[in-house]
Design a protein around this ligand. Structure first.
Ligand code: NAP
Ligand code: 3JN
Length: 333
């Protein structure tokens, strides 16, 4: 049978389950599939293309002499730091969803619509960027190719699934409890998320930005091969189940008119343009959920800055923001 021997590490998680579905949906050539998680989930069964597959415990010996060629990791940064080098040494190429390796100069950080060529310099580990970065750089790429992007001001509206299964459960639980007049518990998020918005994702750093915001700043430069792109990000959690949205303002070297931007977006890979103010056409998370593309709309020339352009983009954070970007990288391999 042709195809690759593929492992999904973190297979029981919110991203891992989408990786499995994405391999199925994109007909990735799989000769054999293996699922790994912690000892908590070892022994569980998950389906792949209709077959039952047992979840195995990830251990330091688990990949020895198994012939595993591609390992899709979404088991958090600490697990990745410990196991990715061991798995790469055992002969697999690791495609890791955590932030553990993203800024390591030896590790390519890849969005296939933007810098597919970087895959070539991998030494066994390839990093998948943060979900908020991925959809923004997919949208920026055609603009940047036409006229260099100098400045980015972005505000994100990030769904609770970005915080994993516990984030999804917390929104449901709080919503049900509030409707039923019961007290609520905030454990995964720093404040109440139901009927609220929270301008904090991840921890605060010394410069008063959050870690999530600084990921957008640094990862954008690395992916776009431009150390000078000046990004300011404000990352906000909103009570949406699935799909991150972003309001993006950019300044470019030469002016990009709305018509030019629409033309560039409409031809770009991975982008679906939804922009027609006359019919109220623009993207929203409920309509882009479960899709692989990045949706762009609300394109406007800035009122005050000659070379300023505003747009809105929406993408499924569990797919393009994580699982399908990783599977696309595997397709390049
Ligand atoms: P999740 O729903 O909490 O799932 C975590 C997964 O990791 C589970 O399968 C869990 O297995 C497994 N795991 C935890 N500790 C492990 C260990 N020591 N050994 C093996 N497996 C272990 O979280 P998620 O939303 O899927 O996210 C997982 C990770 O993906 C995040 O921590 C983050 O690094 C990354 N992520 C990236 C993006 C992105 O922007 N690209 C977005 C979301 C998440 P058990 O069932 O055994 O606990
Ligand atoms: O909160 C979100 O919407 C995205 C979260 C991503 C995330 C969550 C926990 C750990 C990451 C990430 O991918 O940057 C990490 C991490 O690996 O640092």
């Amino acid at each position: 049978m042709s195809g690759k021997v593929v492992a999904v590490v973190g297979a029981t998680g919110a991203v891992g389950r989408e990786m499995i579905r994405t391999l199925e949906r994109r007909n990735f050539p799989v000769k054999q599939i293996r699922f790994f998680a912690s000892s908590r989930s070892a022994g569980q069964h998950l389906k792949f293309n209709g077959d039952d597959v047992v979840v195995e415990e990830l251990t330091e010996k688990a990949f020895d002499n198994q012939g595993i060629e591609i390992a899709l990791f979404s088991a958090g940064g600490d697990t990745s730091k410990q196991f990715s080098p061991i798995v790469a040494k055992a002969g697999a190429v690791v495609i890791d969803n955590s932030s553990a390796w993203r800024m390591n100069p030896e590790v390519p950080l890849v969005v296939p619509e933007v810098n597919p060529e970087d895959v070539k310099f991998h030494k066994g580990i390839i990093a998948n960027p943060n979900c908020s970065t991925i959809q923004m750089v997919v949208a920026l790429k055609p603009l940047h190719d036409y006229s260099r992007v100098l400045r980015i001001i972005v505000s994100t509206y990030q769904s609770v699934s970005g915080a994993g299964q516990r984030g999804i459960d917390e929104l449901w639980d709080q919503t049900k409890n509030i409707i039923n007049g019961k007290p609520i518990v905030s454990a995964k998020f720093p404040k109440q998320i139901a009927f609220n918005v929270i301008p904090q994702i991840d921890v605060f750093l010394e410069n008063h930005f959050t870690k999530e915001e600084m990921k957008m700043v640094n990862e954008t430069r690395k992916i776009m091969h431009d150390e000078h792109i000046a990004t300011t990000a404000t990352c906000v959690r909103v009570p949406v189940l699935r799909g991150h949205s972003e309001s993006v303002y950019i300044e470019t070297e030469k002016k990009i008119s709305r018509d030019k931007a629409l033309e560039l977006f409409s031809k770009a890979p991975g982008i679906v343009l939804m922009d027609d103010p006359s019919t109220g056409k623009y993207p929203v998370p409920t309509e882009s959920a479960d899709q692989f593309d990045t949706y762009v709309g609300r394109v406007r020339e800035d009122l005050n800055i000659e070379n300023g352009l505003n747009f809105w983009c929406v993408s499924d954070n569990l797919l393009k923001g994580a699982a399908s970007n990783a599977v696309q990288i595997a397709e390049i391999l």
